[in-house]
Design a protein around this ligand. Structure first.
Ligand code: CA
Length: 424
């Protein structure tokens, strides 16, 4: 879930790797958490020198933990078996280079199988989901869609021990301070008694349980919906995790009855400079510009909206509303939000998108994005920095460049566009 800088396919990678692992035999004494929470996978060995440096860093980190309210008792229990986990660093390095096109991403995120399983889950957990929807005012299909996206409805919650993983990432990761904060938060969770270290499991970057909460989000939003005194997002029963997700969306400004977005058809000659989250208009104002619902007719007035063309002029267009932003608090990648939104629509019985994706070309990797920004800026189309992320400033620069070349000005970064720039 919401990890700054995270790119979309994290969950899939983490889970596909995890799914191959079998858990260790049950041999420890009865845990604090209820029995069905998975026990963590063993940590692979690392060299003695790294382990020694890690141990010494950890000894220093202890004073920070204690200064943040962690007791000696909690520290000793949680850190008893902590070792450096080389696997999480491997994953962290690999992830930063990983890119996937939005259509490939959505094909797996909203596969027929995932839609079918989601509908089955809506039936299986019907009473709990209805109660959660009543309490938090968040559509149950959206909550179930996040569950499907994050852990394939609980099937891949992750069996990496969270404390060693976070400690390793805090010590050795690209975003040490972020993970240091997560580690403190994880220790607070253990101190609260909701789970013990042995059963605090998740994926390699610290996302835990059915809906993959990172520790700080857990502390802010997790709820005990079952009323057993424990906010249990790790065990087989998904109720607390689903309610926690609904609570998260409610606090992120969810508006009941408003869609995340609606697929729309843009008129020919549409000004692509109006696309992107920076421009907001009422559906009526968009209709006046010729924007129509893809399924026919005009879009009802759900509130102020932006137009998004995630794959440029050749792909589907969406009119997005405030709830798009609420979902993006969970994971800020547009592809993720569209995946959750579309999966939830499919769970409500709606059909696939009307327009198809271009399905040609590979997405730019981060190096190519930086090169694109450098070349645009050098050509006089300032991207306001070269961070390798295609944000509003880069899109604007692309639009200006496209217009200068008589290309369709959709602001979409492609290899084709980079090649035009290389040739200029
Ligand atoms: Ca509970």
């Amino acid at each position: 879930m919401a990890i700054p800088g995270k790119i979309i396919p994290l969950t899939f990678m983490a889970f596909s790797a995890l799914s191959a692992c079998a858990g260790p035999p049950e041999s420890s004494p009865r845990p604090l958490a209820r029995g069905s929470a998975p026990v963590a996978d063993p940590i692979p060995p690392t060299d003695a020198a790294t382990e020694a440096r890690f141990e010494s860093w950890l000894a220093g980190f202890k004073s920070r933990a204690l200064a943040n309210g962690i007791t000696e008792y909690t520290w000793n229990r949680a850190m008893a078996d902590v070792r450096y986990n080389p696997k999480v660093i491997e994953r962290d390095r690999y992830q930063s280079e990983f890119t996937k096109s939005i259509w490939d991403y959505l094909d797996s995120a909203v596969s027929d199988e995932r839609v079918a399983t989601g509908k089955q889950m809506l039936r299986q957990y019907g009473p709990q989901l209805d109660a959660i929807e009543r309490k938090y005012g968040v559509d149950k299909e959206v909550v179930v869609a996040i569950w499907g996206m994050e852990s394939r409805y609980g099937a891949y919650r992750g069996k990496t021990a969270i404390i060693p993983a976070l400690a390793t990432l805090a010590y050795d990761g690209r975003r040490g301070e972020f993970f240091a904060k997560q580690l403190i938060a994880a220790l607070k969770i253990i101190q609260s008694g909701d789970v013990d270290a042995r059963h605090m499991t998740g994926s390699w970057a610290g996302a835990m349980g059915h809906t993959q909460f990172i520790p700080t989000s857990y502390l802010s939003y997790a709820v005990d919906f079952t009323g057993d005194g424990r906010r249990d997002i790790w065990s087989e029963d998904p109720t607390d995790a689903l309610a926690s997700t609904a609570a998260y969306l409610a606090r992120s400004g969810w508006s009941k009855g408003q869609p995340w977005g609606v697929e729309v058809i843009l008129p020919s000659g549409f000004d692509y400079g109006l696309t992107g989250k920076g421009t907001k208009k009422s559906p009526a104002d968009w209709a006046a510009l010729g924007v129509r619902s893809a399924t026919g007719g005009t879009v009802p007035n759900y509130g102020s909206a932006s137009i998004l063309v995630p794959a440029g002029a050749k792909g589907p267009a969406f009119m997005i509303f405030g709830n798009f932003r609420a979902i993006s608090r969970y994971n800020s990648a547009d592809s993720y939000v569209i995946g959750v939104g579309h999966l939830s629509d499919r769970l409500k019985g709606k059909g696939p998108f009307v327009q198809d994706w271009p399905r040609t070309g590979k997405p730019l990797n981060s190096k190519q994005k930086v090169e694109l920004q450098e070349r645009l800026t050098a050509a006089g189309f300032d991207t306001d920095g070269t961070d390798g992320k295609i944000g509003a400033n880069t899109s604007k620069a692309i639009v200006a460049f496209q217009k200068s070349r008589g290309l369709p000005p959709d602001g979409y970064a492609t290899l084709e566009l980079l090649q035009v720039l290389r040739g200029s």
